[in-house]
Design a protein around this ligand. Structure first.
Ligand code: KG4
Ligand code: ZN
Length: 344
């Protein structure tokens, strides 16, 4: 392992796994000097979801500009960067490849170490940025558009996944229900907003628990129940209240997330609990987790909303701890669309 002698390690981090082209400069894993995000949402909105081919092309168009802006905002040049961190999976293969190729080119040209990062490790590490006191071990619920994982963070870079979704990810369920009630893409933030006007107890949607897998999740049942409810109302020509549907659906999802997380925290004896991923920016989820943690005497951590959804600062935080642990990738680093957490 290469000895780390400098006191300040500056990492240039790149993220392009889905529909955000992002670059950041992060000092010592926790201080964000810049965090530039170019979102493609307006483009994909036209199609009701992310179109992989369009995402890759847009990443190619934007990536150099985004990296330059990240360096300029941080007031540094590539000569001051100590390592390049990049998301290499999981995600859309064509989208990931753009970031990986760019990171390799910069690292090779400047003779810098290359540190590949797992996207979920990035989401979890977003919690380190605004919580200087947070250190492992802690339990983390990762809820995003592609993942719903309950993870024991044993140490920096050491993860044990104890629960995962059997079907839809939490964010995917939000997006599909939003589409069904005519809110458009991406649905999560819109359901969050509309729910504030609705009654969460108006409709009783199913809360799935899986026999023999106490920390796993399933959201396809609640999603289908919402669709059936809407179809039933339409067939009977009964008016339905979209705010009540949104609030009741959101409550059903949150109840299960809170219940599984709190049971796991008790069983595994964690005194610290964090949330991460796009859905972690949901205001009702944050409030429910805060309340539950208070009742269970557990310290609750969460990133700011901008650090919950995809960004490169979180990749810089994760890359720093991987860098300290000696993780170095070669020029053969490739995009791995189904990369498992904890694999190197
Ligand atoms: O972490 P993220 O930006 O990308 C992935 O890694 O998937 O998460 C995106 C997901 C989308 O499904 C989006 O609808 C959801 O996070 N999301 C939300 C909220 N903001 C974003 N879901 C619920 N409430 C929100 N406020
Ligand atoms: Zn993500």
């Amino acid at each position: 392992m290469e000895a780390v002698k400098k006191e300040e390690i500056l990492i240039l981090a790149i993220e392009s796994s889905c529909d955000e082209t992002a670059a950041a400069v992060v000092k010592n894993g926790r201080a964000v000097l810049s965090n530039v995000i170019s979102s493609q949402i307006d483009l994909h909105k036209l199609y009701g979801g992310v179109v992989p081919e369009i995402a890759s092309r847009k990443h190619i168009e934007k990536i150099n500009q985004v990296i330059q802006e990240a360096l300029d905002t941080a007031k540094v040049t590539l000569d001051e960067i100590d390592a390049v961190g990049v998301t290499y999976g999981p995600g859309l293969v064509g989208a990931l490849l753009v970031g990986v190729a760019e990171a390799k080119a910069i690292a090779y040209a400047k003779g810098l170490p290359l540190v590949g990062v797992h996207h979920i490790e990035g989401h979890i590490s977003a919690n380190y940025i605004e919580n200087p006191d947070l250190e492992p071990p802690f339990l983390c619920l990762v809820v995003s558009g592609g993942h719903t994982h309950l993870v024991c963070v044993r140490d920096y870079g050491v993860y044990e996944v104890i629960g995962r979704t059997r079907d839809d990810a939490a964010g995917e369920a939000f997006d599909k229900v939003a589409r069904a009630i005519g809110l458009g893409y991406p649905g999560g933030p819109k359901i969050d907003k509309l729910s504030r006007e609705g009654n969460p107890d108006a409709i009783s949607f199913p809360h799935a628990h899986i026999d023999g897998a106490p920390y796993d999740f399933s959201f396809s049942g609640v999603k289908s129940a919402v669709l059936n409810y809407i179809n039933g109302c339409r067939m009977k020509e009964i008016d339905y209240n979209t705010a009540d549907i949104a609030a009741s659906f959101q409550k059903a999802v949150i109840d299960v997330l809170v219940d599984n997380a709190m049971r796991a925290a008790a069983e595994y004896r964690f005194s610290k609990f964090a949330i991460a991923g796009g859905v972690a920016s949901n205001s009702a989820l944050r409030a429910a987790m805060k309340k539950a943690c208070g009742e269970h005497n557990i310290e609750f951590y969460h990133p700011s909303p901008i650090l919950c959804t995809d960004n490169a600062a979180m990749i810089g935080a994760a890359a720093y701890y991987e860098y300290l642990a000696g993780t170095r990738h070669g020029w053969d680093l490739n995009a791995v669309p189904n990369l498992k957490l904890g694999e190197r």
